[in-house]
Design a protein around this ligand. Structure first.
Ligand code: ATP
Length: 232
């Protein structure tokens, strides 16, 4: 579904990504693991088209998209739930959701009822101002808003950040449920253990390069990963 080949991205003289290659196949959950500053956010935002790469390719469903505008990429099935959620705090839950439907207005009602089915709490709180939601509810709203564009690939940047462990479990349960519903998921996480427990495969990013890749089980039992990311 997605192939990133030799992608290099910089901010001025900072080379944030150096020849990064990853693949995501349909129906997979793939996790990017890495410390602060490893390049996870840069990789996800470059895939979406928010950052123009210096070199390399991003191919989505067989088509090269690395020079395509974000809007077009969203229309073609990509979406990103940003780190920190990016929910509009002073707008209602419903208005936040409708913003996500911007690129897919024809199917707005159908997508909204599906989202309400998956996130009944958001239906209950639809007229509530987003800033009054709990952290976990805001993360659900951010994911639900992304689903309103009916994406094929959902990219989620550090969904567990700032959430209590029990809520983190709920968020990962939601990603698993969406995967069962047919969505392909690419997520970045510092919470490596929980993310690998939920994912099929993973990539370890270190200072802008892929240092290791494997199935989730292989990474969970890798001594280097255990020492650096699992505290074992
Ligand atoms: P975090 O978990 O802290 O978000 P990350 O793995 O997502 O980390 P990035 O945010 O992609 O990493 O950062 C990769 C590198 O690029 C870091 O060295 C960072 O300082 C640098 N960087 C990121 N955004 C910018 C920016 N807007 N301007 C300059 N440098 C940046």
């Amino acid at each position: 579904m997605l192939r990133v080949a030799d992608l290099s991205v910089s901010y001025g003289h900072i080379n944030a990504l150096k020849k990064v290659s990853i693949e995501v196949f349909p129906q997979e959950i793939v996790v990017l693991i890495g410390a602060n500053g490893a390049g996870k956010t840069t990789l996800l935002s470059s895939i979406l088209g928010m950052k123009t790469p210096d070199s390399g390719e991003v191919v989505f469903e067989g088509k090269r998209i690395d020079k395509q505008a974000v809007e077009k990429n969203v229309r073609e099935g990509l979406c990103l739930v940003p780190e920190g959620r990016g929910v509009f705090a002073s707008m209602t839950v419903l208005d936040n959701l409708l913003l996500g439907a911007h690129h897919n207005l024809a199917n707005k009602d159908r997508n909204l009822s599906r989202v309400y089915e998956w996130f009944p709490i958001l239906k209950k709180r639809k007229d509530q101002i987003a800033k009054t939601l709990s952290g976990g509810e805001r993360q659900m709203l951010a994911i639900a808003r992304a689903l309103m564009s009916a994406p094929k690939l959902i990219m989620v940047d550090e969904p567990s950040i700032g959430l209590a462990p029990i809520i983190v479990n709920e968020i990962f349960e939601i990603l698993l449920m969406l995967n069962k519903e047919g969505y392909t998921v690419l997520l970045s996480e510092q919470n490596a253990y929980k993310a690998l427990k939920c994912a099929h495969r993973g990539y370890v990013l270190e200072t802008g390069t892929v240092s290791l890749t494997g199935t989730a089980d292989q990474l969970l039992s890798d001594p280097g990963v255990r020492a650096a990311y699992l505290g074992a």
